[in-house]
Design a binder for this molecule. Structure first.
Ligand code: ADP
Ligand code: MG
Length: 367
């Protein structure tokens, strides 16, 4: 017998209006059980409002919210098996770590027995690797440790879903990276569904099983990081999910999945239609998107790798050394300016100088 797995949280055509502002606009969303999902989008696109409707701090203007199959539209926050961690995690300064962590449990009525609370605190602190920190004052802790206390506080009553609203935004770069790994491990260990809100695409792509991209209150695309990167539904997603170059062209014939495209000045390239787009008809105007790391540079066209189908000449305008990669800005007479990222090859990382003429190209299916 097949069994349908009920998502932990579902939105069905959920909208939220504040006066004239449509903060969230007819969003359909499923959070698969046990998954790590990111909600990615620029500031003001409606991410926090979505989370607040999941948690029950806000109710939708239209549409329905389901938690594990139950319609919870209108159900208040304290009756939902969902917890939220905020960007400003707001620990209580007058309470020690243990009392901060157990706060939610101690608010319950009837109050759980003291020993049960102490055991739950120890378990929650162990989850975030802060065993033995119970008696510390919160101000004695580093920013990262405080964030972990906030996580332990949210996990102590084993919610079905943990909602994380830009929890890492206040941390510096190095700590942020450590906490990203920590969060992933934590999610794997506890097996609770995590929904992480972020405006940082790298964070979303590197951490999540699925990423939901929002724009102006609407869900633009949901998919695995790979699907979003390789098959963006439009230029907004392609641009948001890492850098991309765009060239205008006219579609030609399609053969074995690849479409010929006439670029400016008689240049021909090939590319795949993005999966969610209808394949363009011959003669239709199209946008060709090529990722910077898919473009190859060489001193001469004959030095480009064999699989490179599209070849032309350009001039290096700028370059930025990024350690393992070098990012070049190159200019082409007809195509305009575009970005290229070349991996380091021995000492060849800075192979080209500003002003150099270079051969550029990309493989047939890179576009
Ligand atoms: P994000 O978290 O993606 O930055 P928000 O969900 O906070 O976006 O906000 C989405 C939109 O809704 C914004 O235009 C914001 O100004 C508006 N908004 C959010 N909360 C309220 C509120 N309580 N009252 C009025 N407008 C709000
Ligand atoms: Mg927000």
């Amino acid at each position: 017998m097949t069994q349908t797995i009920v998502p932990d949280i579902s939105f069905r055509a959920v909208s939220k209006r504040y006066g004239e502002v449509r903060a969230v606009d007819r969003v359909d969303l499923d959070l698969p059980k046990g998954s790590f999902v990111s909600l990615l989008g620029p500031s003001g696109c409606g991410k926090t409002t979505c989370l607040r409707m999941m948690a029950g701090f806000e109710q939708p203007s239209e549409g329905e919210v389901f938690i594990r199959g139950d319609n919870v539209t209108g159900v208040p926050a304290y009756k939902r098996p969902v917890n939220m961690v905020f960007q400003h995690y707001a620990l209580f300064p007058h309470l020690n770590v243990a009392d901060n962590v157990s706060y939610g449990l101690r608010q319950r009525s009837p109050k759980p027995p003291r020993e049960a609370v102490a055991k739950a605190v120890d378990e929650a602190l162990a989850m975030v690797r802060l065993q033995g920190y119970g008696q510390r004052r919160t101000w004695e802790l580093s920013g990262g440790q405080q964030q972990r206390v906030a996580l332990a506080r949210a996990l102590i009553n084993r919610p079905a879903v943990l909602l994380l609203d830009e929890p890492l935004a206040a941390l510096d770069r190095k700590l942020r990276h450590d906490m990203q790994i920590e969060l992933q491990n934590l999610q794997r260990n506890v097996g609770i569904t995590f929904l992480l809100v972020t405006h940082d695409q790298e964070e979303a792509l590197s951490m999540s099983d699925r990423v939901c991209i929002m724009k102006d209150g609407r869900l633009v695309q949901t998919g695995t990081p790979r699907e979003l990167y390789d098959e963006p539904v439009n230029g907004y997603v392609a641009d948001f999910v890492g850098k991309s170059n765009f060239f205008a062209g006219i579609a030609g014939n399609a053969r074995s999945g690849l479409i010929d495209v006439a670029l400016a000045d008689g240049m021909k390239a090939t590319g795949r239609a993005s999966r969610s787009t209808v394949s363009p008809e011959a003669g239709e105007a199209v946008l060709v998107s090529v990722r910077p790391e898919q473009i190859r540079l060489a001193a001469a066209e004959t030095d480009l790798p064999n699989q490179v189908a599209f070849r032309t000449q350009a001039k290096v305008l700028n370059r930025i050394f990024l350690g393992e990669q070098t990012e070049y800005l190159v200019a082409h007479e007809k195509l305009g300016e575009f970005m290229v990222r070349s991996p380091r090859q021995g000492n060849q990382a800075l192979a080209f100088e500003i002003g150099d003429r270079v051969a550029v190209g990309w493989p047939p299916d890179a576009a």
